[in-house]
Write a protein that binds this ligand. Structure first.
Ligand SMILES: NC(=O)c1ccc[n+]([C@@H]2O[C@H](COP(=O)([O-])OP(=O)(O)OC[C@H]3O[C@@H](n4cnc5c(N)ncnc54)[C@H](O)[C@@H]3O)[C@@H](O)[C@H]2O)c1
Length: 448
């Protein structure tokens, strides 16, 4: 089977390389010629552990190629995965589906044969039906082109493993031939036991939206409880453990801290609310606006903690450790760490940001911040150190080592990954979100 992957960003580049790893002949297509040139050279324009090696291996053995030509893939491939972006529409909550629409139109106009288009992008429910109409309208005479929906659940930072060994495969199709084709593509993970759910377009689209809404809600749930433990002097980590051991609840996604960000969760919960409103069901997803507010209040809380530890922010020097929205990624889209760094800067602080992988992306987005090349440089002059993304090298910081690099004796753990006692025993003033070490906070005074 010859397979194309349309859109070679985080999702598409990973999917293309993993399909090649599974043994297929694959061509990745993007409208960005620079991205395509880099990938064709075996260079990955973003950070994803294990992916550059896979791309280089399969580019070298000829199983993986890259192109900008729809004409080329149209006549060549049996199956086309759609992995283009669905960002938030400017000035609105809803998702911008124009990229998927453009891609389907381009495919329809360039496929002269029988083929299957398989959507992987995260789209508002109802999009696949609309795309089917676009496909009918633009397809070439005699070409038999079908559509199926197969949402993607990979996590950045674990993308290769999640693609090769997914925890479930959801197939939105009512055509047994399309189902059989997709079962053949995923034969390896299916053999290894990955469950397959076959359903209609709408449910397939909603499974993805629902998964992200649930994960965001779980994070904000524990962070909302942080607001309570901070006032009463409790410990959110112990509370999370206390509920997470209940098998009905589960421990994952219960680490309280600075909250969620990235290119998916924030835009996906906004898009779900927008779509629910369009469907006349605004009330059903209204709670997600609380989920988002709780999430944003954690960033305010981090700034408040910094202010209360420093007295005032103006002219204070703050080392911000972390800019990516999570560790093992250089993605700074909607990053809580970077947002806090900007808020501190805007409040008059002198901020030095260091991230092991995301400095370049962060400085493109916010060139006015100062970026350090390593922890040593970031903390050298600092009055306060803030750990805002839980990279391993920050989790492993010890007070003894850090005090060789800086005279600052103040640290904020924005991700609840440091051992408070170690730091306080070594003479540091330590604060964390949701724990008793944090100065009290008047929540009634906060707006979002
Ligand atoms: N990043 C993730 O972890 C992840 C996980 C699951 C699902 N998703 C979903 O996958 C989709 C893609 O996300 P991403 O993070 O890879 O985005 P991205 O911005 O990294 O990549 C999108 C790519 O699509 C290309 N593109 C845009 N229009 C095109 C067109 N008409 N033809 C060909 N290429 C085109 C862009 O140039 C870009 O390279 C989104 O819907 C996202 O919600 C992402």
């Amino acid at each position: 089977m010859k397979i194309s992957v349309v859109g070679t960003g985080y999702l598409g580049a990973t999917h293309a390389a993993c399909l090649a790893e599974m043994g297929f002949e694959v061509v990745g297509l993007d409208i960005d010629p620079l991205k395509i040139a880099a990938l064709a050279n075996g260079e990955l324009p973003f950070h994803e552990p294990g992916l550059p090696e896979l791309i280089r291996e399969h580019v070298a053995n000829g199983r993986l190629r890259f192109t900008t030509s729809y004409e080329e893939i149209g006549s060549w491939a049996d199956l086309h995965f759609l992995a283009v972006g669905t960002p938030q529409r400017a000035g609105e909550q809803a998702a911008d589906t124009s990229f998927v629409e453009d891609a389907v139109r381009s495919l329809a106009e360039n496929i002269p044969r029988s083929a299957l288009i398989v959507g992987k992008s995260t789209v508002p429910v109802g999009t696949a039906r609309r795309l089917q109409d676009i496909l009918q309208l633009h397809r070439r005479p005699g070409a038999d082109v079908g559509l199926a929906w197969n949402p993607e659940f990979l996590r950045e930072g674990f993308a290769v493993n999640d693609t090769l060994s997914p925890d479930r495969i959801v197939l939105g199709t009512d055509d047994p031939e399309h189902e059989a084709l997709l079962r053949a593509v995923y034969a390896k993970p299916i053999r290894q036991g990955t469950p397959v759910i076959v359903t209609d377009f709408e449910t397939a689209e909603l499974v993805k939206a629902a998964a992200n809404a649930f994960l965001a809600t779980k994070i904000s749930f524990i962070n909302a409880l942080s607001e309570i433990t901070e006032v009463v002097g409790g410990d959110i980590r112990t509370l999370a453990q206390g509920i997470g051991l209940d098998a009905r609840i589960g421990a994952s996604f219960l680490r309280a801290g600075l909250g969620f960000g990235g290119g998916c969760l924030p835009k996906d919960i906004r898009a779900l609310q927008a779509r629910a409103s369009e469907l006349g069901q605004e009330r059903s997803m209204r709670f997600l606006s609380d989920v988002e507010e709780i999430n944003l209040r954690r960033r305010e809380r981090a700034v408040h903690l910094a202010t209360s530890m420093l007295g005032e922010l103006v002219s204070s020097k703050i080392a911000v450790l972390g800019a990516a929205f999570k560790p093992n990624s250089d993605d700074v889209r909607d990053s809580p760490a970077l947002d806090v760094a900007v808020r501190l800067f805007d409040a008059g602080a002198d901020v030095a940001v260091y991230d092991p992988k995301a400095n370049a992306n962060a400085s493109r987005r916010f060139p006015r911040l100062t970026y350090a090349e390593n922890v040593e440089q970031a903390v050298a002059e600092a009055d306060l150190v803030m750990v805002l993304t839980e990279w391993k090298e920050f989790v492993e910081l010890s007070p003894e080592n850090l005090q060789l690099l800086t005279s600052a004796r103040k640290i904020i753990d924005g991700r609840n990954v440091l051992r408070a006692e170690e730091w306080t025993d070594a003479g540091w003033e330590f604060a964390a979100l949701g724990r008793k070490y944090a100065p009290a906070y008047e929540y009634s005074t906060i707006g979002v």
